[in-house]
Ligand binder design. Structure first.
Ligand SMILES: [Zn+2]
Length: 270
């Protein structure tokens, strides 16, 4: 059976809950592929990591963890991720260095009192850290990085497997011509484009400009230019309720018909 790319965290900025968020989810960014039995590729460790944990088998497990960037909504599921405290498990954390901070420094800052009771050096799993500098092969999946546009920087990833391809471009603010052109070229012909669409054009024309997120219309434009198979809108605004997202997806489909909003458990063959 081919591996699958599965979305467990759909929300940008902060986790939300309540009756308005039942279909499109309230957890922050987390994406997952079991690249081979017991070997898990995880991209971002938002609160969606909790939903993934419930579906994992028993130890020993191997995790290759990639970070798009180190903002808190992409890390906050990790301190309470129980496989980290299992001696038989193995983790490799991989991320770009941003302003002198790599994955190691980010996790050492987060997992220590008073932010968290257990200091990082007391985790039980075996671990290592790698600076992201070039494309990787994880299991049978090829992972290629591209630098996108977000405060402090962000990495997008194109994943290629035998059964499909996915381009993940979350926390990217469209609008810079050179970056958008590079993304269009990088995502060309991909099966599934998972793209940030936290805001509306109206919000981006006002206070939300420069916050590092795209509009629904910009995501559709990138999808169209790159000739992707499907567009999946993600990094939903915490204020955006299910019925409101339905209305925006309907509008996006006028520009790019194969568009849908990410929901927890949404999965594509890879
Ligand atoms: Zn961010």
């Amino acid at each position: 059976m081919s591996p699958a790319f599965t979305i467990w965290g759909t929300r940008g900025s902060m986790a939300v809950s309540g009756p308005g968020y039942l279909r499109y989810g309230g957890d922050t960014s987390c994406f997952h592929v079991e690249v081979e039995p017991g070997h898990h590729l995880v991209i971002d460790c938002g609160t969606g990591l909790r939903a993934l944990e419930a579906r994992l088998g028993p130890p020993p497990l191997r995790f290759t963890v990639l970070f798009t960037h180190y903002h808190l909504d992409h890390l906050q599921g990790l301190p309470v991720f129980s496989p980290l405290y299992e001696r038989a498990n193995e983790f490799e954390f991989i991320g770009a260095r941003r302003g002198g901070v790599g994955a190691a420094e980010a996790l050492f800052s987060l997992l220590r009192p008073p932010l968290f009771p257990v200091p990082y050096d007391e985790i039980s799993a075996r671990d290592r850290f790698t600076d992201l500098e070039q494309p990787l092969i994880v299991g049978g999946v090829r992972v290629a990085p591209i630098e996108l546009r977000h405060p402090g920087g962000v990495t997008g990833f194109r994943l290629e497997g035998e059964a499909g391809s996915v381009m993940l471009a979350t926390d990217h603010e469209a609008g810079d011509e050179a970056t958008d052109d590079a993304l269009v070229a990088f995502a060309a012909g991909v099966g599934v484009l998972v793209h940030d669409s936290q805001y509306t054009r109206e919000q981006l024309a006002g206070a939300k400009a420069g916050w590092g997120h795209s509009s629904f219309a910009a995501a559709a434009a990138i999808a169209k230019r790159a000739g992707v198979g499907r567009l999946v809108l993600t990094s939903h605004d915490p204020e955006r309720r299910d019925d409101e997202l339905d209305a925006f997806v309907a509008k996006v489909r006028r520009r790019f018909p194969a568009a849908e909003a990410a929901y927890p458990g949404m999965s594509f063959p890879l």
